[in-house]
Design a protein around this ligand. Structure first.
Ligand code: SAM
Length: 286
């Protein structure tokens, strides 16, 4: 386990993932019944952008750094509101110093009746995460393999909620793992909402995962992707981080329209070269 999210916190991949995550949580809040979010690869929770890993790479400057303090057009501002609210909650001044990872964003948005299960395997990040949420009765932090957690914690007792699957994609077969993990969880809990994040670095791996999901028989699957340069720029070197995508399952009613507003608005802000674009399409319908 070499991957540490601190090096990447707040980068454009996080912006896409966290903005969509926040919108999904907001939609769950439209009904009064309690829900649970299960974050299978939760990371350290809160990241200091002014020191250490994040300060060394400064990846955040091409992500949240492009949005923070920027005047945004109305439709994009609305779509980003729940996400930027969570970022602002950690940064009371004008300067962006801290960045919330997925569990911190979810926690910020929960109502009193809702719960979060955050799973992280890296001992140090799991300790940091547990310390952040110590004494918080709405959050359960578990040091466990996220793939095992998918088997044990799904479906949650609330029977409403969202599973975020966000592995580090360190190993060659991680796309396969992600698809299999999702399919296993979906088999146990077909009505849950799922968001599976992936990087666009190797188009063959992305296509293989998409094909496996399309052939699985699972319905209501949508893919949303944003690329910061041509999608296939240096496509199969597996190293160039061209874009970020999410596979969503059981997304709420008319969520594709919200996604379109969000991604169309983000493209000009996050573009790093010409050819930046977004795509939203159905992998499997009703
Ligand atoms: N979800 C976080 C966020 O958006 O803020 C970022 C997660 S990062 C992309 C992936 C995390 O998965 C890392 O913190 C890594 O330590 C952790 N990890 C790696 N293998 C794991 C496993 N088998 N089970 C659970 N966590 C794992």
């Amino acid at each position: 386990m070499n991957y540490r999210h601190a090096f990447h916190a707040g980068n454009f991949g996080d912006v896409v993932k966290h903005a969509v995550l926040a919108l999904l949580v907001e939609r769950l809040k439209e009904k009064p019944a309690a829900f649970r979010v299960i974050d299978t690869h939760a990371g350290a929770g809160i990241y200091d952008l002014t020191r250490g890993a994040a300060e060394r790479t400064e990846e955040w400057r091409l992500g949240i750094g492009k949005l923070w303090g920027t005047a945004l057009p109305a439709p994009l501002r609305d779509a980003l509101a729940p996400y930027l609210d969570a970022v602002a909650a950690l940064n009371p001044g004008d300067r962006l110093k801290r960045y919330p990872g997925s569990p911190a964003i979810v926690r910020h948005l929960l109502r009193r009746q809702d719960r979060l299960t955050a799973v992280e395997l890296h001992p140090e990040d799991a300790r940091t995460l547990a310390a952040t949420f110590a004494g918080d009765v709405q959050v359960r932090v578990v040091t466990l393999d996220g793939w095992l957690a998918l088997g044990s914690f799904v479906p949650p007792k609330e029977r409403r909620g969202l599973v975020l699957i966000d592995p580090p994609y360190e190993t060659k077969d991680e796309f396969g793992h992600a698809a299999e993990g999702f399919l296993r969880a979906h088999h146990r809990w077909p009505t849950g909402t799922y968001a599976l994040w992936y990087p666009v670095k190797n188009l063959t791996a992305v296509k293989r995962m998409r094909d496996a999901l399309a052939a699985s028989g699972v319905k209501r699957l949508v893919r949303a992707e944003l690329t910061v340069r041509h999608r296939d720029a240096k496509s199969d070197d597996g190293a160039t981080f061209n874009g970020a995508g999410l596979v969503l399952c059981n997304a709420p009613w008319r969520f594709a329209a919200t996604l379109r507003t969000l991604l169309a608005g983000l493209v000009p802000l996050l573009a790093q070269e010409s050819g930046a674009t977004y795509q939203i399409d159905e992998i499997a319908g009703e």
